[in-house]
Design a protein around this ligand. Structure first.
Ligand code: NAX
Length: 343
């Protein structure tokens, strides 16, 4: 097989924020081993943390070194976004503040986290590579993505993503388990709306072994009930069982998201990504909303589009609207906090 010798010599810079956190710990080793960009692409890791976490990050760096990954050519650790985003082609924005017991409402989490993402957006605009693509994972990820995006007007809309792939994977696992088939048989599963409890996992247009999922499952009441709530509340269930939130599955979903953009989705299939709305399916323009996305897999990741022509029944429309109303409310709150310049 012929390999691209240029790609071999020039590492691709990937920035991971929150690199000393638990998602970071589950993610970095997979990136460095080649599972994100493939076995022929050297990587340079730019690891962004806050000052108090830098000593712990040094321990992670030691472990990365001790893996002797042949593809890992460079590691930079810093608390300065300008350094972290320097010439990066992928920015994986995982770093965020955790919800504490005092943060009762979603706006409390938004308030605690939003100020992180405005300066990061500005630093991305000033320092990232011309082809940069950004995946926001830190919660509330849709609103955080909107804030970063609003602070980097020169980076086009199509480069910004917030992660709903973990929700998609959770939904696929539930369908596969119910249908008693391997999870690889489930396709066309999209998450609509916000990465929150209002999200709408759409099983009605999904397929299992090429058949419509509702037909393969044969239990509409389950699809309208337990399926939805299990997916919507899966994060809480993992947290309750483990005592800490999802980490390995989140890191895995980050890899899945980037690989869908780079390698493309299978013909006729789609994935879930929250992207800047241009009014598709009557979703208000400008909010970062999860849609079914098909990707051509161009190397620069810009070859993707919102899948057209999906018809929701009344209940699905109501659920999607509830989630997009929440996105609008979060945008209003971010605006009130002065985090959306020009909006
Ligand atoms: P951790 O608390 O373990 O790690 C977060 C890390 O971010 C910490 O090391 C912290 O020092 C760092 N950090 C805080 N402020 C920062 C800043 N301004 N710049 C750089 N780093 C900063 O959380 P973890 O479990 O790793 O989760 C990370 C984020 O992902 C959380 O916001 C979490 O809610 C979110 N998640 C989102 C998911 C999604 O599907 N979109 C799923 C997984 C995860 O729960």
């Amino acid at each position: 097989m012929m390999h691209d010798s240029l790609a071999r010599e020039t590492p691709i810079a990937i920035t991971v924020s929150g690199a000393a956190g638990q998602v970071g710990y589950a993610l970095l080793f997979r990136i460095a081993s080649g599972q994100l960009l493939g076995p022929d692409t050297p990587v340079a890791l730019r690891l962004l943390e806050i000052d108090p976490a830098l000593p712990a990050l040094e321990g992670v760096v030691m472990e990365l070194q001790d893996c002797a990954f042949p593809l890992l050519q460079e590691i930079v650790t810093t608390a300065d976004p300008a350094v972290a985003f320097d010439s990066c082609s992928w920015a994986l924005l995982v770093g965020a503040r955790r919800r504490t017991p005092e943060m009762k409402k979603r706006i409390d989490l938004l308030e605690a986290n939003a100020p992180i993402f405005a300066p990061q957006g500005q630093a991305l605009a000033a320092h990232a590579a011309a082809d940069v693509r950004i995946l926001v994972v830190g919660n509330p990820c849709n609103a955080n993505c909107l804030i970063a995006r609003s602070n980097a007007p020169d980076i086009p809309d199509e480069r910004w993503f917030a992660m709903t792939r973990l929700d998609e994977n959770r939904a696929k696992a539930q369908l596969a388990s119910k249908a008693e088939v391997p999870v690889g048989e489930v396709s066309r599963l999209a998450i609509w709306g916000n990465h929150s409890n209002t999200q709408y996992p759409d099983a009605w247009h999904a397929q299992i072994g090429g058949r419509p999922a509702p037909e393969a499952i044969g239990d509409d009441a389950w699809l309208r009930g337990d399926f939805l709530t299990t997916v919507q509340q899966r994060g809480d269930a993992v947290l309750a069982a483990r005592g800490v939130s999802s980490a390995a599955s989140a890191a895995n979903a980050i890899l899945d998201s980037v690989r869908a953009l780079r390698d493309g989705t299978a013909a006729g299939d789609w994935t879930s990504l929250a992207v800047v709305s241009h009014g598709e399916y009557d979703v208000p323009e400008g909010v970062v909303c999860s849609f079914p996305i098909s990707c051509e897999g161009e190397p620069n990741g810009s070859g993707w589009r919102v899948v057209e022509g999906i018809e929701h029944d009344e209940e699905a429309q109501r659920r999607v609207r509830a989630s997009t109303d929440e996105l609008l409310e979060e945008r209003r709150q971010a605006q009130a906090l002065g985090l959306l310049p020009g909006a």
